[in-house]
Design a protein around this ligand. Structure first.
Ligand code: ADP
Ligand code: MG
Length: 741
């Protein structure tokens, strides 16, 4: 008998085992059982959907069958008509051999093949088929699982292999404690695996899925609960700020009053940092809600308590901007130790990978000596041999680009674990927060500071005559009123890869959460390949080309138009951003290096070229660059697609400025695994069964249960199977992290 870890080669023939391994990376019994049917077909399904070129899988009955000798060739040919009661279809085999005994009138079978036409009639030439009498094994089943093909193995061959494995499988060890199974009304694992692969009814499939999704959520939540438990055991220095320090001085000179949310979260952070257990808090907030001020106030409190604070930004552009704006906001408070500086002041130091060696060395000295109270940097802060004098607080800006491991690496820079504040630019749904940031407490900034002007968004189909030019005229009008514009492109040069800093959304519809039935290869047909993609009407817009076009455009004559992208030398990037910030550039043509955090209040227009190439949340971020300074913002989403067809994603972005709503849409459109930052290479993506949006209740239940289990048995000594799954999961996460680099 076998377990889930038994190699498939021990159960199946060599040929099949090799197919599974090479085509799908499936090597064990467990892997195969994790290869779920793509859908289930009822035996009553009809043939009406057959159209020329479509790939169908259908249950039908042989109505008539004839064989005849062919004139041109030796041998006999079999022609049959199959029916599902609603429609007939011809099937043809050019050699009757091996088929004529089986395909006799009255036989029911599952047929699969590509529909073609012969003499103006639809037919299936050489379909694959499997007799239902082989399938039913005596018991009538209402559902037939349809698997994606594995190499050239048809769905029913996959079915046979799965059944062979299920027949020989021992009771599989249970990871979910018995009382939880009872309380949550979940089937045991073995029953669930059977329910997935050989269901008698749809409700059995549903119950089986629910159980498997629960297990996945539970394992993840146990891992997170263990992490929280470990964190709660850690101890660190309590950071109690002295009154009359930097924070008070800063508050006194703030040019605006804090929003209620900013004030409340500030108090929470202060309280938690004053404890001797390290803080782990996630701050999420709508674009433009003022997260930076919240973070800066926490950093000042850390300095007032005698420690240092580090702010980690995802890109050099953003690090440099934070450095500029924080230094500016602090004024003489950032001139500690300097002539004319405030005597309570500190120093704000920038450290990035591309800084010249001399300034980097200087920065590292300031960090090590403690002269730099506030350190702002990129990955360089993690990667290099940077040591802090006394790191009290780490702020990670725009978390979605940083993993748990990177947070850990930075935490390891301090003698005692520092307090950690993570900020995410994209507001995320609660269950995602529970799943991805489940080891942290969450605060949300939901209100925008008063006086924000609204942003209007329009979709601009380039195919409509005059619309694109009208876009540039609008840009010129804004500039004429003293404002500035961003133009964002998906690429740097014409034959270029996307910018290193750019995360391009894959426009291939088959990569959506549900690829639909458009891709025949996915529907049990052999030779599963990429569906044909439509050729784009023109090459993707690039920074260089658009810049050249705009410079040559009479509507923009005399405007100062410059470029910015991730591959410019660091000092050029910095110089361009500075010039844009002080209004010396009217139109900035760039890649998404400006996606997050860039804050130039005078910029009022955002044009996104090939906007359909970007994700929903990304567009929301980009749009958040305008409408910051009390000026109404305008966002124009240009796409080269057909002019009159609605564009779901772009229309969604145009329809709302609610980041939470858009984040849900984004999640639905992408594979959730991608959002969660997991590798898709493996057989099982990290969250295979769980749909973080639909399974909210399940995730909450799993979280509660996981908390209980970990509280009673922190090391899971009484739950060996669970312990094994949890550590496999943590390993997989680490491997994915290493892969990403
Ligand atoms: P985000 O949350 O997107 O990171 P920022 O921190 O960049 O937002 O803040 C956006 C802008 O709003 C900045 O120019 C900042 O100075 C300003 N701001 C922050 N808080 C307030 C407030 N309470 N009132 C007015 N303006 C504010
Ligand atoms: Mg920000």
């Amino acid at each position: 008998m076998y377990s889930e870890t038994t190699p498939l080669s021990k159960v199946l023939g060599k040929r099949e085992a090799t197919k599974f391994r090479t085509a799908r990376g499936i090597t064990t019994v467990g892997d195969l059982l994790g290869y779920w049917p793509r859908r289930y077909q009822s035996p009553e399904s009809n043939l009406a959907a057959a159209t020329i070129g479509s790939y169908i899988v259908a249950v039908a009955e042989v109505k008539s069958a004839t064989t005849r000798t062919m004139k041109a060739r030796r041998g006999r040919m079999l022609q049959a008509v199959i029916t599902d009661g609603s429609k007939d279809l011809e099937i043809t085999f050019f050699s009757a051999h091996g088929h004529e005994g089986k395909l006799v009138p009255g036989t029911r079978a599952l047929f699969a093949g590509k529909v073609s036409s012969f003499n103006n009639r639809l037919q299936l030439a050489h379909p694959g088929y499997s007799l239902l009498s082989d399938f039913d094994r005596g018991e009538r089943r209402d559902l037939i699982p349809i698997y994606r093909a594995v190499g050239n193995l048809h769905t029913w061959t996959v079915t046979e292999c799965v059944r062979m494995v299920l027949d020989l499988l021992d009771e599989t060890p249970e990871a979910i404690p018995e009382p939880i199974l009872d309380r949550r009304d979940l089937m045991d694992r073995t029953a669930a695996l059977r329910g997935i692969h050989t269901p008698a009814s749809t409700s059995e499939v549903d119950a089986a899925r629910r159980r498997m999704s629960y297990e996945e959520a539970f394992v993840l939540q146990v891992a997170l609960a263990q992490r929280r438990a470990r964190q709660a055991q850690e101890s660190t220095k309590a950071r109690v700020p002295r009154p009359g320090g930097l924070l008070d001085a800063f508050d006194a000179r703030l040019p605006f009053s804090l929003t209620d949310g900013q004030r409340e979260i500030g108090e929470t952070l202060a309280t938690e940092m004053a404890r001797d257990v390290p803080m782990h808090r996630l701050l999420q907030g709508e674009v433009g809600s003022g997260k930076t001020v919240v973070a800066l106030r926490a950093m000042l409190a850390a300095v007032d308590a005698g420690g240092q604070a580090a702010l980690l930004a995802p890109t050099e552009v953003l690090a440099a901007q934070h450095h500029r704006s924080i230094t500016a906001m602090l004024g003489d408070l950032a001139e500690g130790g300097m002539l004319g500086g405030s005597d309570i002041g500190t120093r704000v130091t920038l450290l990035t990978g591309s800084m010249p060696t001399a300034s980097r060395r200087k920065a590292m000295l300031d960090i090590a000596s403690g002269d730099a109270g506030i350190v702002i940097g990129t990955h360089a802060l993690i990667q290099e041999h940077v040591s802090f004098q006394d790191l009290a607080l780490v702020v990670v800006d725009e978390q979605h680009r940083f993993g748990v491991e990177q947070r850990d690496a930075l935490r390891s820079k301090a003698a005692q674990p520092p307090h950690v504040l993570v900020m995410t630019a994209t507001p995320i749904p609660r269950t995602v927060a529970m799943t991805v940031f489940g080891d942290m407490e969450t605060s949300t900034l939901s209100e925008l500071p008063a006086g924000r002007a609204p942003i209007t968004t329009h979709v601009v189909p380039e195919g409509k005559p005059g619309w694109l030019q009208r876009t540039w005229v609008r840009v010129a009008e804004e500039v004429a009123q003293g404002r500035q514009a961003y133009v964002v492109c998906p690429r740097i040069g014409d034959d270029d890869e996307p910018d290193d800093d750019t995360e391009i959304f894959d426009a291939d519809p088959s990569s959506g959460v549900d690829g639909g039935d458009a891709d025949p290869g996915d529907d049990g047909g052999p030779d599963d390949g990429d569906g044909d993609r439509e050729a784009p009407p023109r090459p993707l817009a690039s920074v260089h080309r658009v810049h050249a076009d705009l410079v040559a455009n009479p509507a923009l004559a005399g405007l100062r138009i410059e470029i910015l992208h991730g591959r410019l030398p660091a000092e050029d990037k910095d110089a361009v951003m500075r010039a844009f910030a002080v209004g010396e550039i009217d139109v900035l043509v760039s890649t998404t290096v400006i996606e997050v955090g860039v804050d130039v209040p005078n910029a009022s227009v955002m044009v996104v070229m090939d906007a359909d190439r970007f994700g929903v949340s990304q567009l929301h971020q980009l749009r958040g660059r305008v409408g910051r300074g009390g000026l109404p913002g305008l966002c124009l989403l240009v796409h080269a697609g057909a002019p009159d067809t609605p564009h779901e994603r772009l229309d969604a972005v145009a329809a709302t400025t609610d980041g939470f709503e858009l984040s849900r849409i984004d999640l639905r459109q992408r594979r959730e695994g991608d959002i969660l930052g997991s590798s898709q290479h493996g057989v099982r993506s990290q969250l295979q069964f769980l749909h973080v949006l639909e399974d909210e209740d399940l995730i909450e239940a799993a979280r509660e249960d996981a908390h209980g289990v970990v509280t009673d048995d922190p090391d899971l000594t009484a739950h060996p199977r669970l312990a094994a799954l949890v550590s496999a999961r943590v390993d997989a996460e680490q491997a994915a992290y290493l892969e990403r680099g």
